[in-house]
Design a protein around this ligand. Structure first.
Ligand SMILES: [Zn+2]
Length: 285
């Protein structure tokens, strides 16, 4: 069983500077066997393996972070979003083009009708078929009105043609941009997939190495390590010159003395961050 820290002792867990004077009196009653020494045991070699494990886990974490923040993936998302806008824009432009084409055709047909009506009226006038002055006047007036109507309709045809040309230009620009975006998306996909593959290969190597290293660590120590890692990201840290490399705080003399007194196969913990502390020749004990 692992020793747990008493809950309500304000100030006890206050972080302290590496150079702070040890507060020997901060623990009223040291627990049996000392607060830093847990019940799990592992040979010094197996404990050193924990540091390798921590390095590998850090590497796996970095690889995972890289995998989730690939710039190619972010760029691809932007390009795909733009492609979606372009698709919508092209559908709208195509609809506009066919509307304008219909409008133009209708106006051209109307022009034709008016023109043939004018022709008919003129041939009646020219053929001398109309003799009554009143009827003649009416017919001439109708021709005048039809000519105005023809001119209006020709304006409509012209306007539809001009708008059609402008829409054609916009449609073409959208198509060009779509083609470019498509090429970009393909290139980004290739680059993203290559990066993912490389990360995957590195992760697989690290995983394989981790399996080998973990096999050298006793199961209960590994369970503790994994639990600590899940809680705070790093499960084990080196004790270097009296300092925990996990939380970067110097240990109090009382804690260092406890660790000094602990057998080499005792798994000791940092009083501050609770990580497993691994002793090396450089630990300053
Ligand atoms: Zn620590």
């Amino acid at each position: 069983m692992f020793t747990t820290r008493p809950a309500a002792q304000p100030g006890k867990f206050k972080r302290r500077a590496a150079t702070a004077v040890p507060e020997v009196s901060r623990r009223a009653t040291p627990g049996p066997g000392g607060a830093n020494v847990g019940a799990v045991k592992a040979s010094p070699e197996a404990q050193l393996r924990l540091l390798e494990l921590a390095d590998l886990d850090a590497e796996l974490g970095r690889l995972d972070q890289r995998r989730r923040s690939l710039p190619e993936a972010a760029q691809l998302e932007l390009v795909n979003a733009r492609m979606g806008e372009l698709r919508d824009g092209i559908v709208m432009a195509d609809t506009e083009l066919s509307d304008l084409a219909r409008e133009q055709t209708r106006a051209e047909r109307d022009v034709e009708q008016v023109r043939s009506r004018i022709d008919r009226d003129r041939s009646r006038l020219d053929g001398g078929q109309v003799s009554a002055a009143r009827e003649l006047e009416n017919l001439q007036s109708e021709v005048q009105s039809l000519l105005r109507r023809q001119s209006d309709l020709e304006e409509i045809v012209l306007d539809a043609m001009e708008r059609g040309e402008a829409a054609e230009g916009r449609r073409e620009a959208l198509g060009t941009e779509q083609a470019t975006a498509g090429e970009q998306a393909a290139e980004l996909t290739t680059r993203r997939d290559a990066a993912l593959e490389e990360i995957g290969e590195q992760a697989a190597k690290a995983e394989a190495r981790r399996t080998t290293v973990a096999a050298d660590v006793p199961a209960d120590v590994l369970t503790l390590y994994d639990k600590l890692r899940a809680q705070q990201g790093v499960g084990a840290a080196m004790l270097r010159r009296g300092r925990c490399e996990g939380c970067h705080l110097s240990l109090h003399t009382v804690d260092l003395n406890q660790i000094r007194a602990a057998a080499p196969d005792e798994v000791v913990r940092c009083e501050e961050c609770r990580r497993i502390l691994v002793r090396t020749a450089d630990s300053g004990l």
